[in-house]
Design a protein around this ligand. Structure first.
Ligand code: AMP
Length: 280
């Protein structure tokens, strides 16, 4: 595996070749590595290299202390990527991603409606999707992937990136890999390591809430059940909502498309989010 750190070196490495890209912020766990596995299969199918980017994007953090606390175990991450058959780890600096001497290199793209209107992550993390759209567009410009892999865990993000590609008329297939969970159902996340032992034991309440919500036939009751599970575990609930799975707009009993439960909340200062199909 090669590790490259500048925009010129990733372009040179790829030359005219396309690739499969897996964007990450590092602190890799099994969830990320399942995306890498999915990317590896896609790259083998297409006969092109697999690129994994590791970049903690300051733009998408609306809370500076969250950015400071973000874990950065780079040497371990690189070992894991090498062991998973990655061809290139792209580990750019902030300057390489957003060069001040190259104006226009990383313009702020328009955020699609699904990243502005639902009142979910867009409401509780203002600035997050503009940051995601900017960094993902820049990575797409530099790596020119044929396919890129994102996690189901960040469902709204996957919808935003898919819509952005469509609106920017990029010929990139977005693959969405399933959420990898701990044995009690908690979605794996780099943030889980900030939970105390005791909070960690209560964190799977989101998942248990989803399970209980599947037994309800009315949307409003199902939403209330998720919120109740989270609150009784000590979460400050930001949202617990059932939405159209692609537009993420409010669903009601007459909605025809597939629906999804989405929830986010803060448990002892750690913000967690999750989602799952509803009813099944
Ligand atoms: P992050 O490093 O948190 O920005 O995540 C990089 C990618 O990994 C995103 O596409 C996430 O949705 C995905 N991801 C994070 N956690 C999981 C998980 N538990 N299962 C599957 N994918 C995940």
């Amino acid at each position: 595996m090669d590790t490259v750190t500048t925009s010129t070196s990733i372009r040179d490495w790829l030359d005219e070749s396309s690739c499969v890209l897996v964007p990450t912020m590092g602190a890799l766990h099994e969830g990320h590595l399942s995306l890498v596995e999915c990317g590896r299969k896609a790259a083998a199918r297409l006969g092109c290299p697999l690129v994994v980017s590791v970049f903690v994007n300051p733009d998408q953090f609306n809370d500076p202390s969250d950015l400071d606390a973000y874990p950065r175990p780079l040497a371990e991450d690189l070992r894991a990527l090498e062991a998973h058959g990655v061809d290139v780890a792209f580990v750019p600096s902030v300057e390489a991603m957003y060069p001040e001497d190259e104006p226009g290199a990383a313009p702020q793209p328009e955020v699609p409606a699904v990243g502005r209107l639902p009142g979910l992550e867009d409401r509780f993390r203002p600035g997050h999707f503009p940051g995601v759209c900017r960094v993902v567009s820049r990575l797409f410009d530099l790596c020119r992937p044929a396919e890129a892999v994102f996690g189901e865990k960040d469902w709204q993000q996957a919808q935003v990136v898919t819509a952005m590609c469509r609106e920017q008329q990029r010929d990139i297939r977005i693959l969405v890999a399933p959420t990898v969970r701990e044995s009690d159902g908690l979605a794996m996340s780099s943030r889980n390591q900030h939970l105390s032992r005791e909070a960690r034991a209560r964190a799977a309440a989101i998942w248990r809430g989803f399970d209980a919500a599947r037994l309800e036939s009315a949307i409003s009751k199902a939403e209330a059940v998720i919120g109740e599970h989270m609150e009784s575990a000590g979460f400050a609930v930001e949202y617990a909502s059932i939405r159209d799975e692609s537009t993420l707009m409010v669903a009601n009993e007459t909605s025809t498309g597939p629906l999804r439960m989405l929830a986010a909340g803060v448990l002892e200062g750690v913000r967690l989010l999750d989602n799952a199909p509803w009813p099944a």
